[in-house]
Design a protein around this ligand. Sequence first.
Ligand code: SAH
Ligand code: SF4
Ligand code: F3S
Length: 441
Amino acid sequence: MNKKEYLYIKTYGCQMNVYDSERMVEVFEQNGYIPTDSPENADMIVLNTCHIREKAAEKIYSELGRYKNLKKKKSNLKIGVAGCLAQAEGEEIIRRQPLVDLVVGPQTYHQLPAILKTVGNGQKSVAIDFPVENKFDYFKATRKRHHGVAAFLTVQEGCDKFCSFCVVPYTRGAEISRPVSDILAEAGEMVRHGVREITLLGQNVNAYHGVGLDGKICSLAKLIWELAKVNGLERIRYTTSHPNDMTDDLIEAHGECGKLMPYLHLPVQSGSNKILKQMNRQHTADMYMRLIQDIRKARPDILISGDFIVGFPEETEADFEDTLRLVKEVEYGQSYSFKYSARAGTPAAERDLLDEDIKNERLHRLQSLLSCQQKASQNAMVGNTVNVLFERFGRQEGQMVGKSDYLQAVHVADCDLTVGTIAPVSIVAAKTNSLTGSLNV
Ligand code: SAH
Ligand code: SF4
Ligand code: F3S
């Protein structure tokens, strides 16, 4: 075999990209590459990109610019762009940045070995079709890599919702769900390698409708109940959900399935019915509020997290205040909020945009409120005992870091447990993004 070749992958965007990057590393490993943390050492650089907002895409082009000197020094260095920017812009990426050798969309990663053979010596490749074969058929449970104790597992991909602002239905394609048997096999493999918590991933994960063990279509709730039977798997989470797919059986599972953790990321985007309609969200603010009530009835201590967009075209001050009102009613424990970013090819991009100043001001007001709520939710933990899954050692001697059932980071000093242990911790102090606790002895 030739000299060893090194692969550097940098991942942007959502957890699905994190999962896909792990998958790509495996494909490259099977083709003789060794992963490296440094682009300088690499023979192959892959940026796994995001296209969700304009800034996300701009970041990629500036990162690519930084590789110019590397490529000059190492003529056989190959540079690839994967992910949603690759899918959205295709050949345009090579036109704009000629040092790129290959562009590969999220549904063609399984073709990487074949694609790799065609690039180099000035030959470039762009693979952004949505092939009829399903990439997951080629990515079966062969995961030998170190996953840590908490891992992601993609169960559903793509989106059929077409919110008017969003690129995902175009970059990830139509919804597909993996069969339950594949998911159970992969989860089993992960657990054998030390995983104790699995987060089921999908752009629209609660729209999951894979083929069940009995050959019938299976809901996300049923899948969760199947996974709950896996010995050694202690915690199950899922993300990201759409309000319209929060079915009764899923809400019930939050009340009844002990392994399903009390945390739910349920984006609402806006509290104004007019804006929700323009966003093509297909739900109203009231419908969302009713859902939250039902979910809290099933699991009163659940921590709710959300996504928001401010400054959508035609959002008035009154519309924005509807969003603030909804936030006050829900009381979020965690949140992600963004200024609207017009994305070419999406229906909303054709309309007028609000002034950047207005967007900034609204984002600031929304984020102040959300951050107060997050602080309050963190402070409310002080004095409580929570179960923590210890994921790693901390920076200080003897310290360990883990996650509570509610997905909060928890730091514990003088902790001599093994990574992967779940233990009760008394919370003694709270910061916005982490809690400090001591082991209950
Ligand atoms: N599938 C998820 C979200 C996927 S994208 C859902 O249905 O909610 C993650 C978040 O990015 C979205 O929830 C939204 O808040 C934000 N987002 C998506 N497109 C955006 C855009 N054009 N401008 C600003 N934020 C956007
Ligand atoms: Fe985008 Fe809407 Fe689909 Fe979420 S549900 S991925 S926001 S189109
Ligand atoms: Fe970004 Fe694509 Fe995920 S656009 S948020 S990487 S699905």
